[in-house]
Design a protein around this ligand. Sequence first.
Ligand code: ADP
Length: 250
Amino acid sequence: MGSVGAKEVPVLLSPEGIRVDGRRLDELRPLRVVAGPLHRADGSAFVEWGANKVMAAVYGPREVHPRHLQQNNKAIVQCKYNMAAFSVDERKRPGLDRRSQEISKVIAEAFESVIFAEEYPRTSIDVYIEVLQANAGTRCAGLVAASVALADAGIPMADLVPAVAVGKVAGEIVLDLNKAEDNFGEADLPMALVPQSGRLVLLQMEGHMTREELSRALDMGVKGCHVIYDKMKAALRDRYSAARPTEVAA
Ligand code: ADP
């Protein structure tokens, strides 16, 4: 342990290049994607990604609320990202805060660019993301879950939208930051990719890195997104090839 001011800073990288949780620099946390676990929603997905647990539910296309948001030529995409009070170490104050509003907005915008919204004028496609347990990277986990939930709801889209955060930790570019790396690393850069077109539909950065590092980080993130993409597609295949999960819809 080193220390900066009052904060204890853990050793984030071993001399052999192994991270606090035993991963290599370009290794993702274990990721499990389940399509269609909820029966009341039009589409749903559950994502367990490292210590993150995120549920997404999709409703629509349906009537727009509030009505004045309705658009005559296309569907609108509305997103609500919420962190449960019990999702973090110290109880989070429930309800809408600025961070949740910002994340909801950037996720809705990412989906607006892939959903064929013109097919459903005057309707709303509503995406709910509930973070049940958080350990950094929840906006990316939320995007992955919501993307699979949208596909599960049968919403026509150009592609799924895998997402991952890349960053800089102890001077090295790393894939998929965990909480310690997010807290004590030098940079955190969540990104979302449309694999078939190669377009990035979300890119944010906190911290600092050089242009050369940024370029390597983007390459690493794109590779990571392709691995995540395959898991998302596999979850949808499982959903429609196997019988529904054991619970019976009431
Ligand atoms: P992301 O979850 O997309 O990485 P942030 O970088 O804002 O978003 O947050 C990093 C992590 O910090 C979250 O995943 C969560 O573990 C933690 N965190 C965020 N907001 C809070 C909060 N209000 N209270 C406690 N922990 C939080």
